[in-house]
Design a protein around this ligand. Structure first.
Ligand code: DGJ
Length: 744
């Protein structure tokens, strides 16, 4: 049992976490405690904070110590004596927005039920979790909210959603319907967010909470490269190795808001949900609205531990399908090799060489369909260009697979070019506002997926391609944000629903295609990493982390991504130098040593490499095949940050602690550098480990105990005749090494 209810108190508890709530005197739901597990047999109502304070408004005339302004709540609402930002704002027929949602009932369910049409974490057996549903009702409108809390039995993870049901006779509008509101008793937190831009996604930024609002969000229609729907609230001084923190991931890929408001009494209200900007949902009598899920994870042992919790949750109980637990194929993608400039022969040549170096999957990127010979035409017409590929995708996929390598294909199903048959036939199928200029992004428009017929059409077209060709992988791209959001298929008073309905349409198509083609490995992409979020991982168990494939840039991107998202999900490829995004020249071994920590592959024309480089690539592929199970499914530890240091260091350890790999990366060479050691973590201190390098290493093996490696450290500094492997000349920028540790 993880959920205990006594009188008016709800205590959700497992070995690592307690979450306690109580019904307040006015029937609202109050928050008492979230943190390390505390005893069950205690009446925690002493945590309710009642005090008469000057200027506070109070719900009851003769109870001056009870004001909503200074009690912690589970779902703050607008219009009473609580002046913090609310979780719900609901417009009613008389124009009012005041609500008084109060406790009505609760129920407990074993396990965790699916969210209709939305991505969410799940259980495979009811014993894995328990769900508490608390029903609140607004007495005047009789609209109900079902607040749902799932506590996993053996993970420090609580998930939340809210569902609105209109049981009344009048229609109402949800102007704001957040997925979760969490009031914390103080504001002693560092807020960590993962921000950036195209090409430099998920850079770690830290802010200290202050009185007022700290927030991130997206109103772009995708979760965005600018802000990722994940934050950490960490106690001051917390780092990767120690300290207390709450991680909060929004399982959604569209507009979002995550904000922390520190109020006048230094409490913190965390709100997570669909961004209220542009949102307005008409709730007709008898209808319901389901918010997306929020995942809260807790640690008392540092951010590596928090990441390990999220990695295993997302890997095991968010990702789905045949590829969930399987090491991912080594890819060769033709995008940076050819861009749009390819013929069938060029593609087959690349695929042949890829097969020769041991790669397992050849991916044909953009440009294979309709009139798509550049960015300006063809999107939306998912029929193969037979001038280019005489036997279509079916023929090309056969030719490629006959070489002994699998075939994968790029699509961008949510988009259309004006210069396309689809747009010429259905100009009203795009998102656009009447009588307003239509903005373009990469010369393309966004299809209106709030319309079922649009989703049906794309499903039919893609199904035709996927079922007639030998396709085992699909890269699902999305290269522009939404603008002028409006649907010609919805009435005036439902235009505030378009962005979310569009997202639901995208999820519906993903669900249909992943169900119809369960053998296909889907990788999501959005101009690189603009939709690298927990929502997409429900459908596609890996995502192209960034269009920036430079090894040095990738250190920061993959480091930031690793806080929430499992290593197996980070699409990471070796590309050519000078690098196409930053023009940097880095050694081939460093490009691979970074990309190994992800879903590995190549994004270059292998036929342009020298014999020496091809030999090195073969060794890299062999190394990845030998170690990918460990790298992609082991426990990942961040050791030294690219944001703080010239040297980045991370490692993975397998479950049995018998194998580990340490990645060491130095951006700039340093003259006459100090000696350096990196203290390793996650090893068995009683074991002895043989330390070798990968195939590129030309050094002597050494044996060190786990205790030495943990307490003294791994020597990583250059030595002329040192006792650690040396794989390259130490006198260069952008150097890196891998150390492979094997228990004896
Ligand atoms: C953006 C993606 O991030 C790239 O990898 C590539 O697929 C292009 N789109 C193709 O247009």
């Amino acid at each position: 049992m993880t959920i205990h209810v006594t009188d008016t108190l709800f205590h959700l508890r497992n070995d690592s976490l307690s979450y306690i709530m109580q019904i307040l005197p006015n029937g609202y739901l109050g928050q008492l405690y979230v943190g390390p597990a505390v005893p069950l047999d205690v009446d925690y109502s002493y945590l309710l904070e009642f005090a008469a304070r000057p200027t506070s408004a109070c719900p009851f005339y003769d109870n001056p110590v009870f004001s909503l302004e200074h009690v912690k709540q589970e779902y703050g609402q607008y219009g009473g004596s609580d002046y913090r930002q609310p979780a719900v704002v609901m417009s009613q027929p008389d124009g009012s927005t005041v609500t008084t949602f109060q406790y009505e009932s609760h129920r407990i369910e074993a396990g965790k039920s699916r969210l209709d049409g939305l991505p969410a974490t799940y259980v495979e057996d009811d014993s894995e979790a328990e769900t508490l549903i608390i029903v609140l009702v607004d007495p005047l409108t009789t609209v109900r909210i079902e607040l749902s809390y799932t506590l996993f039995s053996s993970r420090p993870v609580l998930t939340r959603t809210a569902r609105f049901i209109n049981d009344g006779h009048a229609e109402v509008f949800l102007d704001q319907a957040m997925s979760a509101c969490l009031d914390l008793p103080d504001s002693e937190y560092e807020w960590r967010q993962f921000s950036g831009a195209w090409g430099r996604e998920r850079h770690l930024k830290t802010r200290t909470l202050e009185q007022g609002i700290t927030s991130i969000g997206s109103i772009r229609g995708n979760s965005s490269a600018q802000q990722n729907p994940f934050v950490i609230l960490a106690r001051p001084g917390t780092d990767d190795l120690q300290g207390e923190a709450i991680g909060c991931a929004f399982v959604y890929s569209g507009n979002f808001l995550i904000q922390a408001e520190v109020d006048t009494f230094d409490t913190t209200r965390l709100l997570v949900g669909i961004h209220p900007q542009g949102f307005r949902w008409k709730l007709r009598p008898g209808s319901s609205f389901q918010t997306p899920e929020v995942v809260f994870a807790y640690t008392a042992e540092g951010l590596n531990d928090l990441s390990a919790t999220l990695h295993s949750l997302f890997r095991e109980r968010l990702m789905r399908g045949q590829w969930r637990d399987r090491p991912r194929p080594i890819v060769t993608n033709n995008w940076e090799a050819t861009y749009f400039d390819f013929t069938e022969d060029t593609l087959i040549d690349i695929a042949r060489t890829a097969q020769g170096v041991g790669a397992e999957l050849f991916v044909l990127d953009d440009g294979w369909f309709g009139a798509r010979r550049g960015e300006r035409a063809g999107l939306g017409d998912w029929t193969p260009n037979t001038d280019l590929l005489p036997d279509g995708i079916a023929g090309l996929s056969k030719k490629v697979t006959d070489l002994g390598i699998d075939f994968g294909l790029w699509v961008e199903p949510e988009m259309v070019n004006e210069d396309s048959d689809l747009f010429r036939t259905h100009p009203d199928w795009v998102i656009q506002t009447p009588n307003r200029r239509r903005s373009v992004g990469r010369f393309q428009l966004v299809l209106d997926y709030s319309r079922a017929e649009v989703v049906d059409h794309v499903f039919t077209q893609l199904s035709e391609v996927f079922s007639t060709a030998k396709i085992s992988y699909v890269k699902w791209d999305m290269n522009r944000s939404l603008t002028e959001v409006f649907s010609s298929a919805l009435p005036t008073d439902q235009q505030g629903e378009v962005a979310h309905r569009h997202m639901l349409g995208v999820y519906a198509l993903l669900e249909r295609l992943t169900t119809a083609f369960p053998h296909i490995l889907f990788e999501s992409c959005a101009s690189g990493g603009a939709r690298f979020d927990a929502g997409m991982f429900f459908y596609a168990p890996q995502a192209w982390a960034s269009d920036d494939s430079d090894a040095v840039e990738r250190l920061k991107i993959q480091w930031g991504s690793s806080f929430a998202y499992p290593i197996v999900s980070h699409g990471a490829h070796v590309s050519i130098t000078p690098n196409h995004q930053v023009n940097r020249v880095t050694p081939l071994h460093t490009r691979a040593n970074v990309a190994f920590f992800g879903a590995f592959g190549y994004e270059l024309d292998l036929n342009k490499l020298s014999d020496e480089e091809i030999a090195e690539v073969k060794a890299q592929v062999a190394f990845m095949k030998e170690h990918r199970e460990l790298i992609q499914f082991g426990t990942f530890y961040r050791l030294r940050s690219p944001f703080d240091s010239n040297v980045t260091c991370w490692m993975v350890v397998n479950k049995q602690k018998t194998k580990a790999i340490v990645g060491w990366y130095r951006v700039l060479n340093t003259v006459n550098a100090p000696f350096d050691r990196v203290r390793l973590v996650g090893l068995d201190t009683t074991k002895r480990y043989r330390i070798t390098g990968n195939e590129l290493v030309d050094g002597r093996d050494v044996v060190r105990s786990g205790s030495e490696l943990h307490n003294i450290g791994l020597i990583t500094s250059d030595r002329n005749s040192g006792d650690v492997p040396q794989n390259v000349t130490p006198n260069r920028d952008f150097d890196s090494r891998l150390f492979v540790l094997t228990a004896e």
